[in-house]
Design a protein around this ligand. Structure first.
Ligand code: 13P
Length: 256
């Protein structure tokens, strides 16, 4: 099954809108047309950078997809400090990360909240990147498959029918995020294959269509090996997405 890999740069809470524009321009300079033929590339700046990045992408007809890092599930209302999916859609955002482990751990998001956000993103014709992943304790006590399965089922529960086919899942083991410790390609593959079969048990038709990214200390040296795995369809990149040259080398992992 041919699934176009999706390489996503999650900038987290880094870069103001001037720095964001610079990074997008440098990145565009580093990449060639054929790079985008092989993979899709999404950039997820902080909210305050979105309009600037969108304008640069549009003006220079760059082939990046615009992404956000989070959103609220409601369209509008008394939710001080929140950003609605309708606002993101209006900015031509294509992909929205939901349920990143930092949001789960630091901002109290559980599967129920993540499921509501994922459905809201789809309702506004954008694609959710639904994050799941176990902690080190959970892996060391052998619970990783059960934990991730519960997160997948719980976070996708409000997605109906064929909408599931287009969803992206990011498997990000918490112990690999920002630590420099990457999951081995075999361990990442095992979990992504497990996630695919869980998706298949929710909707059989989605099994070969849904894309599953790996995230957690992805860098230019390990990207090729990870993405050569049959059930890994791209990467969600944090630290290495903040420099144009390292992110570009991850995007063209096939040339490495
Ligand atoms: P790092 O690539 O910095 O480990 O971050 C991964 C991540 O959390 C992407 O969402």
């Amino acid at each position: 099954m041919d699934r176009t890999p999706l390489i996503s740069g999650n900038w987290k809470m880094n870069l103001n809108h001037f720095e964001a524009i610079q990074l997008v321009q440098k990145l565009s300079y580093e990449l060639r047309n054929h790079d985008y033929d092989a993979v899709e590339v999404s950039l997820h700046p902080p909210y305050t950078d979105l309009r600037s990045v969108q304008t640069v992408i549009d003006a220079d007809r760059m082939r990046f997809q615009l992404g956000a890092q989070n959103c609220h599930s409601e369209v509008s209302g008394a939710f001080t400090g929140e950003i609605s999916p309708a606002m993101l859609a209006k900015l031509d955002v294509d992909y929205v990360i939901v349920g990143h482990s930092e949001r789960r751990a630091l901002f109290g998001e559980n599967d129920e909240i993540v499921a509501t956000k994922a459905a809201a993103v789809l309702a506004h014709d954008m694609t959710p990147i639904v994050c799941v992943g176990e902690t080190l304790d959970e892996r060391e006590s052998g619970q990783e498959a059960t934990i991730v399965e519960a997160q997948v089922v719980g976070s996708l529960k409000f997605i109906e029918g064929e909408k599931l086919d287009g969803v992206v899942i990011a498997y990000e083991p918490v112990w690999a995020i920002g630590t420099g410790v990457t999951a081995s390609a075999e361990d990442a593959q095992d979990m992504c294959s497990h996630i695919r079969s869980v998706v298949g048990s929710i909707r059989r038709e989605s099994i070969d269509l849904i894309r599953i990214q790996y995230g957690g200390s992805v860098n230019p040296a390990n990207a090729g090996e990870l993405m050569a795995m049959p059930d890994i369809d791209g990467a969600l990149v944090g630290g290495a997405a903040l420099q144009a040259d390292s992110f570009a080398r991850i995007v063209n992992f096939k040339d490495a």
